[in-house]
Design a protein around this ligand. Structure first.
Ligand code: ZN
Length: 145
């Protein structure tokens, strides 16, 4: 059994933003030489999620609208009042981004079979930025043989 970890450093431009990281994950699996196992793709952040969906621009606009509708950025969040009070410690008024991330989740796992990630035809992996553009880290942990 082998274990391999990579960290992808990703600069996002805005929130929300769906950043397609599929090609980088595929390349990491190819370089690993793993034949069978799985890849865990994990966001190290509380306001950026990892999700699998389709990279169709109109659909991405729909998904961005859905996030804003379910958890509006203009709502009053207790976290925002707290962040304003302690802004010197780096907290930001981004309650909507935390609540949206709670719904989406921090990771996805994808099986590796015969050296290939077992994606369906339309599946892509996204880092979903929910706050503002910034530096992000995504851990890709590969397990298998
Ligand atoms: Zn915050």
């Amino acid at each position: 059994m082998k274990f391999l970890s990579r960290i992808f450093e990703i600069r996002t431009d805005k929130g929300p933003q769906f950043v397609d990281i599929t090609d980088r994950v595929v390349e990491a699996v190819r370089q690993s030489g793993l034949e069978n196992g799985f890849a865990v793709i994990f966001s190290k952040h509380t306001t950026a999620a990892i999700r699998i969906n389709e990279a169709e621009p109109h659909l991405i606009a729909d998904m961005e609208q859905m996030l804003e509708k379910i958890v509006p950025s203009c709502h009053e969040y207790a976290h925002n009042r707290y962040a304003h009070a302690v802004s010197s410690n780096g907290e930001r008024p981004n309650g909507h981004a935390h609540c949206q991330q709670l719904l989406l989740g921090a990771s996805e796992a994808v099986p590796i079979v015969a050296g290939q990630l077992m994606f369906g035809r339309w599946q892509r992996i996204f880092l979903v930025e929910l706050d503002h553009g910034r530096d992000r880290e995504v851990v890709v942990h590969l397990v298998g043989e």
